[in-house]
Ligand binder design. Structure first.
Ligand SMILES: [Zn+2]
Length: 262
């Protein structure tokens, strides 16, 4: 692991994180991701390239637009830093090989889907939103890598298991409570995760996501006193999937069966 490669991947991560911000802001509103070029959402002034350098411009501008002086959301540099950090961790874990490209694509999609779900839930959209285009791209890419690894069926089964494992409880919930708990987007997202991490990942990812979901639910109810406050579930799945990728061996080496037998 040489320091130059790490710096290079760090920069690539920042650039991809910057592109991710564009996707998060524009795709849910059906705005083209190419035109117009970056502009300030407050004053609509075009942002010059030197004010659009990931993280650095944010620091130099002290987090404010050059023209209208309104603050730039901290979300922008944080997304860039998070993307960059995860790209570097993937490189440190897998090295520069097929798995590096597989998990860079995977983590990018997981982040963009989770953050879009959070952003759309928190802003003036009706509910959180998971654009189908990311799911379709992800399932396709996951299966291509599955084919290259020679375990196509394992990942195909991961897609089916990911979808069904959420679909059935959600279906029963909607019949009992007469309202939707999770949505189609969540089932599709878990199917996409299965396309990259395979059948064996589903129990662990589901367990973590349920744990994070319940914890978030308790905290949100305690803070807002609102039992019906919507909590986006995609980020719970996203965090769980990322944990699984980084700790797969550890999770699979633990003999879950021995816990019951002893
Ligand atoms: Zn401005």
């Amino acid at each position: 692991m040489d320091i130059l490669s790490i710096i290079f991947i760090c920069i690539i991560g920042l650039v991809f994180g910057s592109f991710m911000n564009v996707l998060i802001m524009r795709v849910p509103k059906n705005i083209s991701i190419i035109k117009p070029s970056s502009f300030c959402p407050q004053c609509m002034e075009n942002i010059k390239w030197r004010d659009n350098i990931p993280v650095i411009s944010y620091i130099l501008l002290k987090g404010k637009c050059r023209y209208c002086k309104k603050s730039i959301p901290i979300m922008y540099p944080l997304t860039e830093i998070l993307t960059s950090l995860l790209f570097v961790v993937i490189y440190l874990k897998f090295g520069l090989n097929l798995m590096f490209f597989k998990y860079v694509i995977f983590i990018f999609l997981v982040l963009v889907i989770s953050l879009t779900d959070i952003y759309t839930s928190a802003s003036d959209f009706e509910t959180g939103m998971i654009p189908t285009v990311y799911i379709a791209l992800g399932i396709f890419a996951g299966l291509v890598f599955g084919l290259l690894e020679g375990f196509f069926a394992y990942y195909l089964a991961g897609i089916a298991a990911g979808y069904l494992v959420l679909f059935f409880p959600a279906y029963i919930y909607s019949k009992i409570r007469h309202k939707e708990g999770m949505g189609e987007g969540d089932f599709m997202f878990f199917a996409m995760i299965g396309a990259f991490t395979g059948l064996g990942s589903i129990p662990a990812v589901l367990t973590f996501a349920a744990f994070f979901g319940i914890t978030a639910g308790i905290v949100v109810i305690a803070v807002t006193r609102d039992k019906n406050y919507p909590i986006p579930f995609a980020p719970m799945l996203g965090v769980s999937a990322i944990i699984y990728v980084f700790f797969e061996e550890l999770l699979n080496s633990y003999n879950w069966g021995s816990f019951i037998i002893n």
